[in-house]
Ligand binder design. Sequence first.
Ligand code: HEM
Length: 891
Amino acid sequence: MGTVQTSLIFLPGALFLCLLLYILIKFLYKVWWTPIRVQQALRSQGIKGRSYRFLYGSTKEILNMRKESFSKPMNLTHHIFPRIHPHIHTWINAYGKNFMYWYGPRAHLVVTETELVKEIMNNRDKSYPKADTEGFRKKLLGDGLVTTEGEKWAKLRKLANHAFHAESLKNMTPAMISSAEMMLERWKQQEGKEIEVFEEFRLLTSEVISRTAFGSSYLEGQDIFDMFRKLSIIISRNAFKVRIPFLSWLLKSGDDIESEKLEQGIRDSIIRIIAKKEKSMNGEVGNFGVDFLGLLVKANHDADEGNHVTVQDVVDECKTFYIAGHETTTSLLAWTVLLLAIYTDWQEKARQEVLDLFGKEPPNSDGISRLKTMNMIINETLRLYPPVVSLLRKVKCETKLGNFNLPANINLVMPTLSIHHDIQIWGEDAQLFKPEKFSEGVAKATNNNPAVFLPFGLGPRSCVGLNFATNEAKIGLTMMLQRYAFTLSPAYIHSPIVILTVRPQHGIQSKNRDSAIILIEYFPFKKHLPDFALSSHPPKGRIFKNGDDVESDKLAKGIRDLILDIIQKREEKMTGKVDSYGSDFLGLLLKAHHDVPENYKITLEDIVDECKTFYGAGQGTTAVLLSWIVFLLALNTDWQDKVRQEVLKVLGKERPNSEGIARLKTMNMVVNETLRLYPPASNLTKKVQRKVKLGKLVLPANMNVYIPIMALHHDPKIWGNDAHLFNPERFSEGVNKATNNSPASYIPFSMGPRTCVGLNFAINEAKITLAMILQRYKFTLSPNHIHSPTQMLLVRPGRGVRITLHSLQHYVGMSFFYWNGPTAELVVTEPELIKEILYNRDKWYPKPEVETYFRKLVGDGLVASEGEKWAMLRKLSNHAFHGESLKVSAL
Ligand code: HEM
């Protein structure tokens, strides 16, 4: 009995101990034995990488690298790979194209060899299913199309293919257009101001997916989107944080509790939307509607097991499409607009294409498919800033990949971003925005290798929303380009980050400066043209004088007195000698007053009026011209860079000289185009002296003819559909070619005998000033600039032109070249590049030849020598000036 009693007491204890031991062994098997075994298996095949660290693997290192990387903004380059994936960037360089790291105890094999990527993504025998979705991510996506596998995936994919096929997309176009119209209506309040586009596009894409897939609206789904947003932030906050098994079940963190609440809230809201849909069917089974939700609800009601989906499936699928349907496209739209705000030449090209295809009409499906330039731009944006930065799969059971034998249950990471930025694939300019790469389509750009361009994935699990997303983006961009020109706000901070998708860091949480652009109303002249064309002339010879008459009489007298004063001072200086008047314009006038035969003499009053004319014409017009040039170059920074390059090539940093100024061809084009768009004198008026025949018209005497220069310069019949656009290229072969040999189409200085006498003076002055500005500064339009061309004698910027100057001396990140005689000199200010040059040990960057005079000074000593001689001299001087010697010399 005693023994039985004792056994009864000890048995549960022993069982408990056994259980504990079992759990411990299982735990150690998972977090110690398996990783060690996997590591050996991978290493033995030559796969290098991080060594496994108990429990946490590589996650602590990754977290630290990411923290450091995201802690500060970056220069405005598109080299975002090291920032977004600092761990992959560092380790690819250290271990090669395929390497391993550890997400907790699970091995991750990073695969960037594109042949292997293709093999994984196209695999049809299910060796590489999607990696397990766990934790917070699972709460966000549920078990929907993105995450699920097997038969359920096949069923859901069929449904989604049906909902988003080409014909359905055509029917969605009107809803996409109305959503974009809603956004642009909001923007009317923002014209001329800064606008944060990421948030704007988030609203747009939320509205589009709500309307097209769920027959609802953003407002109706607003709480769902808000909850998604909060959940996404929790996911990114916890990325690369390892959850310890068992412990995380027992102890729930704040994020666990919050995310459970959010998951439940999202579910309740979706169930409400489903219930509404069911109610709207009025008991008719076939009446669910053709949108995606309609198809899902219909499948839920389908008795056929092969088609039936559960309510939970419908909820998960709605979650999947709400989230996949708007996050990704928001990212695409925001980066495209940012790139177009920087590369305004591409913005203009895209706009021109849009105007050619649609004019000012809303886009249509047929035209959308013909937007070739926009397609190139979108592809290039997706290459540089792919919203989904990597693809993840797992190895289901031991399998062969290329020459590797992969053990089961490891994950495969295919870092899209690294592949898209690889210079071995895309060439030396891989980090640059060059949409022309895609001018002959994706196949040509990728050399027929689909695994090098993966924005939408590849193979059977590739994005089902590809056409939907690109259509939506094209419609949004088209409508935006039809209405607005836009530039990047000078306050923009470049800090891409990943929160599910790649996005501007501060774009969502706060109304910060990220992804900010300045909207500028396109067709600025539409508003002003009639005013100019119809500007009336005040009747002459008033009998009763009003306040302005009295004031202007006073001003005229004041001006006359000041000019007489100047004349008197000059005359006092005169010594009676003919050549003492001076050779300037005033000197010539005085000479014509004193020293010419009587009938050629001009009066003092003539001199006063002439001085008035030249003070006014000489100063006002050129100031206005310069203002418009600077405005247009601040807006079109690509042209600003081109002109600067020309200036530096021709003049270097020297003061401009006449010979150099005459060779500034690009600047000439810019000046001509500015004078076309903003002619300071907007019209000419002539009087009909006597009855005269003009063409087929007979004009009576004493009427006026009015020549609207502004209207001529903006006439699409003369200049084509891009008449309102800044396109200096049209003057690339001179004015005659640009005007098709019709000189009267372009008359900023008038023409004929009364053509402006100050033409060359004004243009020279503008060019010299501009050259000197460009030598010293880069400039962008200030967010406070308000575009308001006004006519006050001249067409001038009513509220000035507000720009921000960036000194070139301090312009980190800018590279440009100029010519030192026949040698090109590239100015490099980007610290990373500087490091690369100065640290280079392969002797790719030796010192240039020392110039003759300098050689006289330093000979072939340490400063000027290279190679072995340098090494020897350096050793000597290192020795002479090392720390200890310095101490001695200090004594
Ligand atoms: C620019 C926009 C988009 C990008 C860059 C994008 C990218 C991707 C990528 C890379 C995948 C493959 C993931 C993998 O292989 O693991 C994918 C899958 C998917 N996408 Fe998109 N997507 C975009 C827009 C959309 C839209 C608008 C929708 C919905 C209307 C959508 C729905 C889906 C779904 C449901 C899947 C999973 C397909 C499956 O597993 O069968 N996506 N997307």
